[in-house]
Ligand binder design. Structure first.
Ligand code: CMC
Length: 428
């Protein structure tokens, strides 16, 4: 591999260094493009060909269906690790020892309360508010209650900010649900594990004790691990972009939640189950919906299908599909939409439209079916994604700040009017 790339414009040649990642990904470093060519830039809407940073957190190979956090295969982590272990790995780069993990968990627990005044903010939301909007607002509001800015050069301050958000975020997520469900806002129980405690905060009824189901706890743990990071996706890029202006961790994450909400990103998990339900209500005719998805005049897309990077299969979808079968059978749940989902997948994998465009089920295709079997209501699916993605956002924000990356500020190619004279309103 040559060490430079040559660009020729109007007979002038410019050399740019080639960067090679640890997995042999190759990038042309165009850092000096504008200065050396007096103003020429590249354009790449949707950043389909643009690396925004160098990162040591997550590797994914979309052609081979590989996903690794800090070098560890997602399949192995989903099977052998728990969510907090993975969170520590993503954020700090190495698997924790038993002692470090215990301290990490205890430091998080010490932060698992939010100011009572946050309840007044929640009171102000209508019950019908989507929990993603509530969660984004509350995460931003946390800044008002924890105003000190983080000195990112201090390892201790950085660590404290990280355990603070990891402690408070599950409380806010559970409260966003409880408000909607008309349940009193409640704290969990510090004697429980992170995931078990979250489930208690969600589901404990005022009139009874909460008993956790180990099948549900394990399944939730696995789902959170599978969502924990996915390199420079839309919400993570948002977190890095907002943080690059030196905005704090909490507001950067609040912006990431807003980005995740969209149906083309995390909001797809809610959209999938709504789509499957609609197909069921419509008599279960999957062929009709396949035809709609292929019809370019119809805005309908097969939700939970396709991915910007995975062009072979999404390894997370494979794990979730397998887990969905066993969780539903362990919980004794029969969900007719699981059969519809499997039917759609089978048809799509044999259909040239999907095959040619390399469209495969993504992480969101089966996750909603699992969430529903576990008693999570549909509008909470995307907040669950946010809870899982939290360590990834933190890790990426931390990496960006520690590497002292410059403020994110893309260029554009202006295609508007050239200079013209102002016309008085009476002359228009
Ligand atoms: N149903 C029907 N056609 C599709 C779909 C779909 N789900 N996804 C892509 N296509 C078609 C698209 O119309 C285009 O066709 P053509 O080349 O004829 O114009 C081609 O496939 C390429 O699509 P694209 O929109 O240019 O691809 P992208 O990389 O910009 O978008 C995507 C990726 C995930 C936004 C898109 O596949 C999609 O909208 N999927 C449905 C929403 C979804 O499931 N999102 C969750 C993504 S995974 C979780 C996460 O990371 O948040």
């Amino acid at each position: 591999m040559s060490k430079t790339a040559t660009l020729t414009i109007d007979g002038n040649s410019y050399e740019f260094p080639i960067k090679v990642g640890t997995e042999n990904e190759i990038a042309i470093d165009i850092n000096s493009l504008r200065s050396s060519t007096s103003g020429i830039i590249t354009i790449d809407p949707g950043f389909k060909n643009t690396g925004s940073c160098e990162s040591a957190i997550t590797f994914l190979d979309g052609e081979k269906g590989i996903l690794r956090y800090r070098g560890y295969a997602i399949e192995e982590l989903a099977e052998k690790a728990d969510f907090l272990e993975v969170a520590y790995l993503l954020i700090f780069g190495e698997l924790p020892t038993a002692e470090t993990l215990a301290k990490f968990h205890s430091d998080i627990k010490a932060q698992s309360h939010v100011d009572e005044d946050v309840k007044k903010i929640i009171d102000g939301f209508p019950k019908s508010a989507h929990p993603m909007g509530v969660l984004s607002s509350l995460t931003s509001a946390l800044v008002a209650f924890n105003p000190s800015s983080v000195n990112v050069d201090s390892e201790e301050e950085m660590y404290n900010a990280i355990v603070r958000i990891l402690g408070k975020f599950p409380v806010l997520t559970a409260w966003a649900y409880r408000k909607r469900a008309g349940l009193p806002l409640d704290y969990g129980d510090d004697s429980l594990g992170y995931v078990e405690n979250f489930l208690k905060m969600m589901f404990k009824k005022p009139s009874g004790e909460f008993t956790s189901n180990p099948v549900v706890v394990d399944a939730m743990d696995k789902l959170l691990i599978l969502h924990a990071d996915h390199e420079q996706n839309c919400s993570t890029s948002t977190v890095r972009m907002v943080g690059s202006s030196h905005a704090g961790l909490f507001v950067s994450i609040s912006a990431g939640i807003a980005a995740l909400w969209g149906p083309l990103h995390g909001g797809a998990n809610q959209a999938v189950i709504e789509m499957l339900e609609a197909i069921k209500e419509d008599g279960g005719d999957t062929k009709k919906y396949m035809a709609k998805a292929k019809d370019k005049k119809d805005p309908f897309r097969l939700m939970g299908f396709g991915h910007r990077v995975y062009k072979n299969f999404d390894p997370r979808a494979k794990i979730i599909k397998k887990a969905a079968d066993s969780v539903l059978s362990d919980l004794g749940v029969e969900d007719p939409v699981l059969d519809i989902a499997k039917g759609l997948e089978k048809e799509a994998l044999e259909d040239s439209y999907f095959v040619d465009r390399k469209l495969y089920p993504n992480v969101d295709f089966y996750s909603g079916i699992m969430y529903r079997a576990m008693g999570i209501p549909v509008e909470m699916f995307t907040p669950m994604f946010a809870l899982g993605r939290l360590p990834g956002w933190i890790a990426q924000w931390r990496e960006m700040r520690l590497k002292k990356e410059p403020i994110g500020r893309p260029r554009q190619v202006y295609i508007g009017e050239n200079q013209r004279s102002f016309k008085k309103i009476s002359d228009r």
